[in-house]
Design a protein around this ligand. Structure first.
Ligand code: NAD
Ligand code: IPM
Ligand code: MN
Length: 355
């Protein structure tokens, strides 16, 4: 199994290093062979090659069976023009690999109830929400303009969705709901946006293929509030690129930390892109403080979705649960009475739990 490894910038290399060790441990235990090719992308690629996503990097990812990415970006590159920023590497990868469906599971490990931003009575039995974010369309990819006007500049970004794009992401979400609690909430801004009205219409159309799934619709502002008020009402959420970006960061805090949320980006083949939902965390980069669990849990998603290795995926998730049960915490999920560890130590602990 050929994995393109994009460490990226900031804490990206720190967390993906632990993930690579976890995958190697899984390989040894089960007799699988994972090969890694390091691929430059993001700020480091700008520094070395003058471009956030060199063509060779994209080609290498396309030739692989899966891509594992840390995160890209940082203050050093913040003043570059839009198309030359590190973040452009991510957009280029997502579009180039055709991974239009981004699965972001917000699952609260019961051991982290105290780390959740919510009160215990709101959390109840737990939180298990799957955010299905459309990833290759919407305002991220619509036409942009920047022009001089009297008194300064004028800038535009355009939210664009067509029927086909909405249908395919809706089907991913309905299929996911069928495997879970059969409830799907489509989140939009149909009271204002024409693109959202089309979104809602198409989702309702696709729902006819899934009579068992209970479909609801919610405006995004209300959804942001409902996630905090009563998160257990949600099973699967499907939404556009930008709304999904924002709502998933919000949902991560229900689970204790942004450092806990993995993701899988999938298209029509088994080649997937796996990355934590967090960024490069410049404030803690290089200090062995980053929580590697979001990245490690992303490798579990890789094993599940690209390699069909469900048992191995579950072993990683169980190992994470076991380490949390033993009371080990990185700073972002630390509580009094628990044992504070760094990035590397957390990696060691997960590997030890794999047995
Ligand atoms: P961020 O996610 O990097 O950090 C937000 C906050 O969460 C910070 O306080 C950070 O320390 C903390 N945090 C994030 N991940 C953590 C982890 N694993 N363990 C512990 N704490 C963690 O978001 P930001 O500060 O808005 O963005 C920083 C840079 O990252 C920007 O350049 C942004 O564009 C980029 N970014 C990249 C990706 C990606 O590559 N997938 C995602 C988001 C942001
Ligand atoms: C994410 C990030 C990216 C996004 C940025 C860095 C382009 O925030 O993966 O959530 O907005 O998709
Ligand atoms: Mn984001």
């Amino acid at each position: 199994m050929k994995i393109a490894l994009i460490p990226g910038d900031g804490i990206g290399p720190e967390v993906t290093y632990e993930s690579r060790r976890v995958l190697n441990a899984i390989g040894e235990k089960f007799g699988h062979s994972f090969s890694f090719t390091e691929v430059p992308a993001g700020g480091n690629a700008i520094d070395s090659f003058g471009h956030p996503l060199p063509q060779e990097s994209l080609d290498e990812c396309k030739k692989s069976d899966a891509v594992l990415l840390g995160a890209v970006g940082g203050p050093k590159w913040d003043d570059l023009p839009g198309e030359l920023r590190p973040e452009q590497a991510l957009l280029g990868l997502r579009k180039g690999l055709g991974v239009f469906a981004n699965l972001r599971p917000a699952v609260l490990f019961s051991q982290l109830k105290g780390a959740s931003a919510l009160k215990e009575e709101i959390i109840g039995d737990g939180i298990d929400i799957l955010v299905v974010r459309e990833l290759t369309g919407g305002i991220y990819f619509g036409p942009k303009t920047l022009k001089e006007v009297p008194g300064g500049y004028e800038a535009t970004d355009t939210e664009v969705y067509n029927t086909g794009e909405i249908k395919r992401i809706a089907r991913v979400a309905f299929n996911a709901a069928m495997k879970r609690n059969k409830r799907l909430c489509s989140v939009d801004k149909a009271n204002i946006l024409e693109s959202s009205r089309l979104w809602r219409k198409v989702v309702i159309e696709v729902a006819k293929e899934y009579p068992e799934v209970e479909l609801s619709h919610m405006y995004v502002d209300n959804c942001a509030m409902q996630l905090i008020r009563y998160p257990r009402q949600f099973d699967v959420i499907v939404t556009s690129n930008m709304f999904g970006d924002i709502l998933s960061d919000e949902a991560s805090m229900l689970t204790g930390s942004l450092g806990m949320l993995p993701s899988a980006s999938l298209g029509s083949s088994t080649l997937g892109l796996y990355e934590p939902i967090h960024g490069t965390a410049p404030d803690i980069a290089g200090q062995n403080k980053a929580n590697p669990l979001a990245s490690i849990l992303s490798t579990a998603m890789m094993l599940r979705y690209s390699f069909n290795l469900e048992k191995e995926a579950q072993l990683i998730e169980d190992a994470v649960r076991g380490v949390l049960e033993d009371g080990y915490r990185t700073g972002d999920i630390m509580e009094t009475g628990k044992k504070l560890v760094g990035t590397k130590e957390m990696g060691d602990l997960v590997i030890a739990k794999l047995g």
